[in-house]
Design a protein around this ligand. Structure first.
Ligand SMILES: *[C@@H]1O[C@H](CO)[C@@H](O)[C@H](O)[C@H]1NC(C)=O
Ligand SMILES: *[C@@H]1O[C@H](CO)[C@@H](O)[C@H](O)[C@H]1NC(C)=O
Ligand SMILES: *[C@@H]1O[C@H](CO)[C@@H](O)[C@H](O)[C@H]1NC(C)=O
Ligand SMILES: *[C@@H]1O[C@H](CO)[C@@H](O)[C@H](O)[C@H]1NC(C)=O
Length: 773
């Protein structure tokens, strides 16, 4: 390091300024166990040397029932005589610190936070290390804001419901339609948020909404009244998968139950779902919270119980630990007094919430003296964080069509670009819902304008696009430019929480604008779509004027920069669709309320997602082009795998009947299928490629016709080859679920598909007698 030439006096002045600057940001006071409070700081629950269960027991022993019930809600009351402040549990951080919950506020030292792309876009990167990296940045910013006194430590994110129906207004919040992708996203993002420090939590994440909640408001049915009728088979092999992975692999500190009923029981009152499955089988180490006013909803709207005390008792006895909403604070004491609930039930709930608060360090005294205590305003919206938001947008954008190939456009050849459409100069719509206040934006127009001259025309006043009086000017712009880029699609007025779509088409007269502009344009036309859900753009298939199509999802604060870099070839697109793009006809006879995943040809029921639907698509799940070309080949893969069984001959005999082994009868722990795949970049540009490995189980089982069993993102230089080693866990991924919800491994030929490459592997039960334990 070079020796400093700054005079001592100036150094002192600078230090002084630095110190003053630090103190001007309001530091948070201790939540509890304040070292300055001699009356409480030495109480047992404050002693960091004790084990957390002992501290929790100590605290519970000091609380009265009246105090306890007031801790059962998101707006938890203070207990001043024990030096404990009130706490707002509800904060959100779906893709950046958000101000949707009352626990977080922007302003003062924290005017904004890094706003990453909406989750459906980030999911399209198929890059699990990116998902975790985003979680790390978000939790840095969340901790910084907590230290500054403007945010909580408990974040009710991510949303890991399956994007089951393309109309769902909240589909944008999810990582898509495949349970394995959604579960991997959940585990990765949660690890990023919660940190990797043993039992200590950086922030507490929450996987929501458990379960089968993927309808907001469709045709008069809303989520508060919806009874999802779900088969045991679909629960096990679709709806449970992301939640199980979130709890078991992500070690999430919370799960949220949903508003809807599942098979006639409100999820927040169902002991089978909460106590038995989430806590019992999956061993949640954390708290179960209700969706906001869920308990009130199942009493008031669903009339599931006849008194509010019964509702409170049912919820707590089912395994609910915290109510978002006042209901449990108001009715639990009376429920105990009338014998519907015991104080021990209330204690069990509080053990779970208090333990999480202790793991967060909330009972360890001053926040500034703790791990992450040094994070502050300068750690929010840093250049590195904002770069990651740009990086995520770049990795998530999907090249749907590239006829010619017309893309990328050369900045030297295309000097003037007509930038057209209602989404062409948007900012806030780029961050989708459950967002916060972004650090800043690069709109699409600004992104394109960085490289070329632009002629800007919105074409329609907004995405609803009801009138055509601005069409003429847009057409003129396209006539006068070397190339035209149209920014079309949706925003939260079309798809949002409480708002499901009614169709899959571009809204209003958008399609007409696209066709007219493309027909008149002097140069090539590129269509850029912003949306969470899929859009039926099959009208572009037979339109030679529309040479290139990109889907940008909701690309976040840096969306315009990422789109422009892809359009002009400064980066190579590598995103893939995490959802099937269905044609409009798909929904014409398909109620959103029909939950079955599997198709039923006799009932003209098409089935849902690429796993079960075999009809025509606009673009399939996993579709995404690039500016280079990748070729796969299998370097090595087994053709035979023996599945070893547990126990005695008798049970082996029973378990292999029907040519499928019960997963619980197989020795699963190290049973995996190792496949080595070479990915060669035979084009002239470097790029990142997503390897998607699908399997087809043997026919005659209750299986999806295709299932993603592994995915991996790899960067390959032009002309180079990368070898990937993929391990497919046989019990988890090659098993299928029978009608009674039992997971079995079908014996016989499983076919693996990697792009155009096929590989067949035979699964056999290990011969009786030769199994070594
Ligand atoms: C585009 O949006 C930016 C940011 O909102 C705004 O400052 C600018 O005036 C807009 N440009 C046009 C041409 O509308
Ligand atoms: C979304 O579009 C609607 C109408 O189509 C418009 O009124 C609204 O301003 C847009 N939302 C944002 C955030 O721009
Ligand atoms: C075991 O298999 C044999 C031959 O397939 C069959 O006859 C017998 O009933 C089976 N026993 C049990 C317990 O399933
Ligand atoms: C995945 O994302 C990380 C974080 O942005 C990045 O460093 C890495 O290069 C990406 N992987 C590939 C193969 O593109």
């Amino acid at each position: 390091m070079a020796s400093t030439t700054i005079p001592i006096s100036l150094t002192v002045l600078l230090l002084l300024l630095l110190l003053l600057g630090r103190q001007s940001s309001a530091a948070r006071e201790s939540f509890a166990c304040d070292p300055k409070d001699a009356a409480t700081r030495n109480l047992g629950f404050c002693r960091v040397s004790l084990a957390i269960p002992d501290r929790v027991r100590d605290l519970l022993g000091r609380l009265t029932l009246q105090e306890k019930v007031k801790l059962l809600v998101n707006n938890a009351a203070a207990v001043p005589r024990l030096g404990i402040k009130g706490y707002e549990w509800w904060s959100e951080a779906l893709h950046g610190v958000s101000n949707v919950g009352p626990g977080t506020k922007f302003g003062g030292d924290f005017p904004g936070a890094t706003s990453f792309p909406q989750v459906i876009t980030t999911a399209a990167s198929f890059n699990a290390s990116l998902w975790e990296a985003i979680g790390r940045v978000v939790s840095d910013e969340a901790r910084a804001m907590y230290n500054g006194g403007v945010a909580g430590l408990t974040y009710w994110s991510p949303n890991v419901n399956i994007f089951r129906d393309p109309r769902w207004g909240r589909g944008q919040e999810t990582p898509g339609e495949d349970p394995v992708v959604v579960g991997t996203y959940a585990a990765s993002y949660v690890r990023g948020l919660q940190g990797n420090d043993g039992n200590r939590l950086k922030v507490a994440a929450c996987c929501k909404h458990f379960t089968a909640y993927d309808l907001d408001n469709w045709n008069g049915v809303d989520r508060f009244h919806f009874n999802a009728k779900v088969s045991k088979q679909d629960i096990e092999d679709t709806f449970d998968v992301p939640f199980r992975m979130c709890v078991k692999e992500g070690k999430v500190a919370s799960v949220m139950c949903s508003y809807n009923q599942v098979n006639g029981v409100p999820t927040c009152a169902d002991p089978n779902l909460l106590k038995k499955t989430v806590r019992g089988e999956w061993r949640l180490d954390g708290y179960i919270v209700s969706d906001c006013d869920s308990v009130g909803v199942f009493y008031d709207s669903q009339h599931y119980t006849s008194t509010p005390e019964e509702a409170a008792a049912d919820a707590i006895k089912a395994g609910l630990d915290l109510d978002c909403g006042p209901f449990l604070a108001v009715h639990s004491e009376e429920a105990v007094k009338s014998g519907l609930l015991t104080e021990a039930d209330v204690n069990s709930a509080l053990v779970n919430t208090l333990t999480v608060q202790m793991r967060l360090g909330m009972f360890d005294g001053e926040p500034s003296a703790q791990p992450y205590g040094n994070l502050g305003p300068r750690d929010v919206c840093t250049p590195a964080h904002q770069d990651l938001a740009y990086e995520a947008a770049k990795q998530g954008i999907v090249l749907l069509k590239n006829h010619g190939p017309i893309l990328p456009l050369s900045v030297r050849r295309f000097r003037t670009i007509a930038v057209i459409g209602p989404n062409s100069n948007v900012t806030v719509p780029m961050i989708g819902n459950y967002a916060g206040v972004a650090c800043g934006y690069t709109s699409p127009l600004q992104g394109i304008g960085k490289y070329t001259r632009t002629i800007h025309q919105p074409g329609c006043a907004d995405v609803a696009c009801v009138r055509d009086q601005m069409f003429g000017a847009a057409i003129d712009a396209a006539r006068g430019a070397d190339a035209t880029v149209l920014f079309m699609g949706l925003n939260q007025s079309i798809e949002a929480e409480t708002r499901d779509r009614t169709d899959l088409l571009l809204p209003g007269r958008q399609q007409e604008l696209v066709s007219k502009v493309a027909a008149a344009a002097r140069g090539p036309t590129i269509l850029v779509l912003m949306s969470g859900g899929p859009i039926d753009v099959s009208f572009t298939n037979n339109d030679p004027h529309i040479a290139g199509i990109l889907w940008a999802g909701y690309p976040g604060q840096a969306g315009g920069a990422a789109i422009a870099d892809i359009v002009f070839g400064f980066s190579n697109p590598g995103g893939k669709l995490p959802i099937t793009w269905y044609p409009q006809e798909y929904i014409s006879n398909l109620p959103m309320t029909a939950m079955d995943m599997r198709s039923s040809p006799s009932k003209s029921y098409p089935g849902r997602t690429y796993r079960f639907y075999k009809g025509p698509v606009v673009y399939p799940f996993g579709h995404g082009l690039t500016y280079t070309k990748f070729v796969h080949s299998i370097a090595s893969a087994p053709t035979l795998v023996q599945v070893p069984l547990h126990g005695h001959r008798k049970s082996q005999n029973a378990s292999v009947s029907g040519k499928a082994i019960r997963v619980t009868h197989a020795k699963c722990s190290r049973l995996s299928l190792g496949v080595h795949v070479d990915v060669k970049n035979v084009g002239s540009r470097e790029g990142s490629h997503t390897l998607l490995v699908f399997s087809n189980p043997p026919a005659g089982h209750w299986a999806p016709h295709k299932q993603l069993v592994a995915f991996e993102k790899v960067h390959v230089a032009a002309g180079a080859t990368q070898r990937l080693r993929i391990n497919i866990h046989v019990c988890k991924y090659l098993s299928v679920v029978d009608k009674s919800g039992i997971r079995r491994i079908p014996l016989g030929q499983h076919s693996l598909h990697i792009g155009d490459v096929r590989h067949s592997v035979s699964l056999q039960a290990a011969t009786l007698g030769v199994i070594k334990s």
